[in-house]
Ligand binder design. Sequence first.
Ligand SMILES: Cc1cc2nc3c(=O)[nH]c(=O)nc-3n(C[C@H](O)[C@H](O)[C@H](O)COP(=O)(O)OP(=O)(O)OC[C@H]3O[C@@H](n4cnc5c(N)ncnc54)[C@H](O)[C@@H]3O)c2cc1C
Length: 395
Amino acid sequence: MDFRFTPEEEAFRQEVKAFLDQEVPPGPARRRFLGEAVSPEDWAAARELSRKLSRKGWLTMAWPKEYGGQGRSVMEQMIMGEELAYRGVGGVDYMGIRMVGPIIIRFGTEEQKRTHLPRIARGEVIWCEGFSEPGSGSDLASLQTQAVADGDYYIINGQKVWTSGAHRADWCFMMARTDPNAPKHRGISFILVDMKTPGLTVRPIINMLKAHEFNEVFFDNVRVPRTNLVGEENRGWYVGAALLDYERSGIEAPATARRILEELVEYARETKRGGRPLAEDPITRHKLARMAVEIEVGRLLAYRVGWMQSRGLAPNIEASIIKLHNSELQQRLANLGMELLGPLGQLVPDSPWAPLHGRFASMYMASVNSTIAAGTSEVQRQIIAQRGLGLPRGA
Ligand SMILES: Cc1cc2nc3c(=O)[nH]c(=O)nc-3n(C[C@H](O)[C@H](O)[C@H](O)COP(=O)(O)OP(=O)(O)OC[C@H]3O[C@@H](n4cnc5c(N)ncnc54)[C@H](O)[C@@H]3O)c2cc1C
């Protein structure tokens, strides 16, 4: 086992860093945690950057050349993702690049590959994920949205909820029930839906940060070509489960955390409490050091999945381990930040006394999301207990 990056990978990281140093203005990253508000200006700037990245072929570099990739290594793609997240760059279609793209490569038809992959690679589209429903979150296989075959089409009726970014999305990958009489995992299909299809409505949900980041999506007799089915009809559960493994195994969380930790370390150096720098306080030092270890563990776990993917292996319990570790890490980091900043940490960005640009209060609130989105910590522990430790299926 070799933990080093190759000289080519190191060189690529330097190239990416140099590019991003020019493109992303210095100063604090704007967007940090899932659920934090993105202003229209920030979104437009981020989309422009995404297009520049696509022109360099960097959004989907590990994909096959015939579908808009460069046939480069998964590790290079991860290095790219790590550097973007470190700088807090949003606006990149990560649901297309990291989730549905690999799924279409693995399970899609040739037509689906030729239609969708190049558009994701060019940064032209934004995808959203229509999985959760009002009565189906952790027990996702109980979902009730129905897709009924009608000639060359499915007619979809039902409701999705917590659909992140649906208001900005061009396409949605979703799961719907195509056989209501089959056992719940066996009657589901994985379908791609154009968000402009008549009968599809998006309604905002405002989160506790007062941000519009997720939505309800209603399907009222939405007609979708049957050619948009990915994988076999009624076997979509397995396609969706594979997608969740990609969703849970990203490098972004530890990269974002590393940047935030660096800011906290700087704050500890510059801030005096009780007449001496916070950085000399043994408890503060230990807590910062412990966080550095946790972040490094998260990073190595993520790169392990990159290594697996580069050998054609698909992550499974490894994805749940990463998701569990990195989401709880985000919460511990936000807690540590609030602890170090003290009462001033509650100040909002426009306050002149707000330390670290007044972002900790919103990061702290947004961190609550992290152990719920993409499957709760309890669900990840169940998966690890059952598939990793071989324990019997839980209640
Ligand atoms: C910020 C954010 C973004 C999201 N984005 C999307 C998105 O884009 N698309 C999408 O489809 N969904 C999205 N979700 C929804 C997310 O996937 C669900 O919220 C999540 O799966 C939990 O489902 P639930 O909210 O219905 O909670 P429930 O399933 O009702 O769970 C409630 C509580 O019960 C616990 N619990 C449930 N079952 C078990 C069990 N068997 N064993 C132990 N404990 C259990 C859970 O851990 C949780 O603590 C998002 C959620 C958040 C917070």
